[in-house]
Design a protein around this ligand. Structure first.
Ligand SMILES: [Ca+2]
Length: 152
């Protein structure tokens, strides 16, 4: 059994681990298992947006958005789904689309009117939670993000 050569970019630095003669690109999928709590007994969809930079965080330019049908993904009290992403740094934003319009409803100052949750269960103190509070590193090992969905 040999190790793979792997290059993982972390905050602009290149970290190399190596052995054998096998070179693998750094876009191998990693797996984030997402567990959303607080959605038992509701119907409809939850949307999970993936961000990979502070510049796009919580904006419309998410890396990807995954729609999860709650009825199909409910496992006990949790809604479970899986995201496959290249290894790297990410932050997740999830919302429960209570009224089924496909969008996160907000009030006139931008505060969500539907339940939301962020990776690391990041919460904002005065204003929106920051990317740095929600970011996590995805490597070769699958990781679990347990997110509690909350009404603001
Ligand atoms: Ca909505």
């Amino acid at each position: 059994m040999c190790w793979l050569m792997r290059a993982v970019r972390t905050r602009g630095f290149l970290v190399l681990g190596m052995a054998c003669q096998v070179a693998v690109a750094d876009d191998l999928p990693g797996i984030v298992m997402v567990e959303l709590a607080g959605l038992k007994g509701v119907q409809g969809n939850v949307f999970i947006a993936v961000y990979d930079s502070d510049a796009t965080w919580l904006g419309d330019d998410a890396l990807s958005v995954q729609k999860v049908v709650i009825a199909d993904a409910l496992d006990g009290d949790l809604v479970r789904t899986e995201l496959q992403l290249p290894m790297g740094e990410y932050a997740l934003s999830a919302f429960y689309d209570r009224d089924g319009d496909g969008e996160l409803d907000t009030n006139f100052i931008g505060i969500p009117k539907e339940p939301t949750g962020l990776s690391n269960n990041a919460v904002g103190k005065f204003g929106p939670p920051s990317y740095s509070d929600a970011v996590f590193v995805l490597g070769a090992e699958p990781i679990i993000q347990s997110i509690i969905m909350r009404d603001m």
